[in-house]
Design a protein around this ligand. Structure first.
Ligand SMILES: [Zn+2]
Ligand SMILES: [Zn+2]
Length: 251
């Protein structure tokens, strides 16, 4: 693996380890470009504080820590500073203002919710509601259309348990959209090695038919997950099974 753009830090409250340990694990694995993409803060109205992402007041420390590691390890690895975020139209302006003065390298879209916390349902909750699936695909396409995001993380996070024909209809729409724009489909290593509902076989079957390229995203929530041979092996097997062309580097 030459590049990984999907890496968290302990600031999101459900990842662990020091920033430095992620960098050193990546160097040990021969990764040349390590992109950090921690769960991006939202500026919520009122006093709600999310328990699954970094807080707005941690952005400063995130950039200063990673910028200093970038200098320190410049000979060994390229460090990029990004975020993973949902696309939530109502909150975009506040987020853009929060990040405006920072040297942000990229963002990836990870649509864990369709709306604002805490009242929105996790998109990975099993559902047979076609509207939930259709709304997910519509929102993700609208988000990618802004041009803000490098790629779409775990595109198959939406856990549809209804009819196959309905799933195919909407996910084919998403895959065709990504293919037209030459945006690779992420094979999410965390989901693959933990046996989550994604990467999903029926999704990858559609990916194969539409002819998308793919990129592996480690989605590391600990340094150990970067040095995870088993995770790489599971992803490799999926890529071979569906004969997906791989993109190694995006930035
Ligand atoms: Zn996470
Ligand atoms: Zn992630």
């Amino acid at each position: 693996m030459l590049a990984n753009y999907h890496t968290h830090t302990s600031r999101c409250q459900h990842a662990k380890g020091e920033d430095r340990e992620y960098v050193e694990a990546a160097i040990r694995m021969g990764i040349r470009t390590l992109g950090f993409s921690d769960h991006c803060p939202w500026v919520f109205p009122g006093d709600y504080v999310s328990g699954i992402r970094m807080r707005p007041d941690q952005v400063e420390d995130y950039f200063s820590s990673l910028e200093s590691l970038r200098k320190e390890y410049a000979r060994d690895i390229d460090i990029l500073i990004g975020f993973e975020a949902e696309y939530v139209p109502d909150l975009m302006e506040g987020q853009e203002r929060l990040l405006a003065d920072y040297p942000l390298d990229y963002m990836i879209l990870g649509q864990h919710f369709l709306g604002t916390e805490p009242h929105s349902t996790y998109t990975g909750s099993p559902s047979s509601d076609e509207k939930f699936l259709a709304d997910y695909v519509d929102l993700v396409i609208e988000g990618m259309d802004t041009g803000k995001y490098l790629y779409l993380a775990h595109p198959d996070v939406l856990h549809f348990i209804g009819e196959d024909a309905i799933y195919r209809k909407h996910m084919t729409r998403l895959c065709k959209y990504l293919k037209e724009r030459d945006i690779p489909v992420e094979i999410n290593m965390l989901g693959a090695y933990q046996g989550r509902h994604y990467p999903s076989d029926r999704f990858l079957q559609i990916v194969k038919e539409v002819g998308n390229s793919c990129i592996v995203g480690i989605d590391a929530h600990s340094p150990e997950e970067i040095a995870n041979d088993y995770g790489f092996q599971v992803c490799r097997e999926l890529i071979e099974k569906y004969q997906l062309p791989m993109v190694e580097k995006l930035v």
